[in-house]
Design a protein around this ligand. Structure first.
Ligand code: MN
Length: 493
């Protein structure tokens, strides 16, 4: 730990923000270093390695000097004699608010009656988050270093931190489209939460990786040649599926690793959207795709902003594997999500317009829809019990993505029905719903939707009040809340 760390950090920031004033980062570095002087981590190392690692993770996310400075300072109020007033005096109100936000989130712990407290804590977390997303970026960067050093933590506490990471922070990173961070958080926590399952997945996957890796190397060589002939300049990498995400998939596939086709995958990076489709064409010319497994997340991005083309093909030796095709820009978004869209000059996340997309949603529009929704839930739900149910049913249950006839993507919990969809689009649409077509076929209103369904709501001009028994059909807290409030309005008339 030396001045060299600071120099490296600053020059790294200059690579993505050449004109940034980094003096605040330097000041925060020195301030935190002296505030934590003499303190040690459980590993025996100087405490300061932790805020330093947190700041590094924020630089990895390409965040602005203000956020990085707050990263350096994130533990000084909690763990030293420094007060928040001092931070405000030295660094200004903005940084003080960020440090205070992270300190408050840090007090949130899973204890006692688990579920009850867990949900209440989530509520607090979201309250802080809706105020400033940068608090979450700092908290996630902080948590990453904490799970990287989990082995030094006493066993009892270790499991709690790992579990909290799997249950709260990794899903949060995923919902913010931060794929890289999510994968790291999960894989580092996995062995501490499910030690036996971890050993099992490691064992079944290791043998397969070797074999599949060899075949993939061959496929990669063939694909590079093919693309060269087609005159497309591209980078082709192999990517290994993260262990925890493999574990989740194995649970869905009766624990049969033969049924997991994306254990390893090829990832093709190109410059333009047009080239993505050219690459897809070149691949299908060479290898036959499996039916139903071509996914176009470029024209239909996932709600968290993820874009790519996916296809699963019969490759050399008839071996089935997945190929993911995206631009460098999409790759950056897939790895860093909301952080990639953070515009520090506007102090908010911005939706970039991508000329390749129709409409005005932009690359990452949908994911911020979600953050906005979160904030509005908090305003509308004064009752914390109701808010907890919203979170429990809507945030953490497995998700499905469905389409409106216009092609907009909606993100719903598993088990959601056409009625949930209708109320998610608009209260008025929900209230006047008399039927639904899913993929062109009429279905009853209580039929659960499936991933990628196209849902069309049939409405009637003569109906403007929801039916009371719909409360039994819908599963989302949002639909329940909207139905109840319409019913109440009609009863009062
Ligand atoms: Mn910390």
């Amino acid at each position: 730990m030396s001045e060299l760390d600071l120099e490296n950090l600053i020059s790294e920031i200059k690579t993505y923000q050449p004109l940034a004033d980094t003096s605040v980062v330097e000041k925060a570095y020195h301030f935190a270093k002296s505030a934590h002087a003499g303190q040690k981590r459980l590993s025996g190392e100087p405490y300061f390695i932790h805020p330093l690692a947190t700041a590094r993770n924020l630089v990895e996310l390409k965040l602005d000097p203000t956020t990085i400075a707050a990263g350096f300072l994130h533990d000084v109020v909690e763990d030293t004699y420094t007060t928040i007033e001092q931070i405000q005096k030295e660094f200004g109100k903005e940084i003080a608010l960020l440090v205070e936000g992270v300190t408050n989130v840090g007090k949130i712990k899973l204890r006692g009656n688990r579920e009850e407290i867990f949900l209440e804590n989530l509520r607090k977390l979201f309250l802080v988050m809706a105020k400033d997303l940068r608090v979450v970026f700092i908290k996630l960067s902080d948590r990453l270093h904490n799970v990287e050093t989990l082995k030094y933590v006493p066993e009892q506490k270790r499991k709690r931190i790992a579990q909290e990471t799997l249950e709260i922070y990794a899903p949060l990173a995923e919902r913010l489209g931060m794929g890289d961070l999510k994968g790291k958080l999960e894989d580092l926590s996995f062995p501490f939460v499910y030690p036996d399952e971890y050993k099992w997945v490691l064992e079944v996957s290791e043998k397969r990786y070797e074999e599949t890796d060899r075949q993939l190397k061959r496929a990669r060589g063939m694909l590079i040649n093919e693309l060269r002939e087609a005159n497309i300049s591209a980078e082709v990498h192999g990517r290994k599926k993260h262990l925890y995400s493999l574990y989740r998939k194995l649970l869905l596939k009766d624990r049969q690793i033969d049924l997991v086709y994306d254990l390893v995958a090829l990832r093709v990076l190109v410059n333009t959207v047009a080239e993505c489709y050219e690459v897809l064409g070149a691949i299908h010319k060479k290898w036959k795709p499996l039916k139903g497994l071509i996914k176009d997340y470029i024209s239909q991005p996932k709600p968290n902003g993820y874009q790519s083309l996916h296809t699963t093909v019969f490759g050399p030796e008839g071996k089935i594997f997945e190929v993911q095709i995206r631009t460098y820009e999409m790759h950056n978004v897939a790895e860093h999500g909301a952080a990639a869209h953070w515009d520090y000059s506007q102090r908010k996340s911005v939706v970039k317009n991508d000329a390749a997309l129709d409409g005005d949603r932009g690359v990452n529009g949908a994911s911020f829809e979600w953050v906005k929704k979160l904030a509005s839930w908090q305003r509308m739900t004064r009752d914390s019990e109701e808010f907890k149910n919203l979170l429990k049913n809507d945030f953490f249950a497995g998700r499905i993505y469905v389409f409106s006839p216009k092609g907009d993507v909606y993100d719903l919990p598993k088990g959601a029905t056409s009625l949930d969809f209708a109320f998610c689009v608009h209260s008025g649409l929900g209230s006047s719903c008399v039927g639904a077509k899913v993929n062109g076929r009429l279905v009853s209103l209580n039929t659960p939707l499936e991933n990628a369904d196209l849902v069309e709501i049939i409405k009637s001009k003569n109906q403007s009040c929801p039916k009371r028994d719909w409360l039994e059909i819908v599963v989302t807290g949002e639909a329940k809340r909207k139905i109840r409030s319409s019913l109440k309005r009609f009863e009062n008339k």
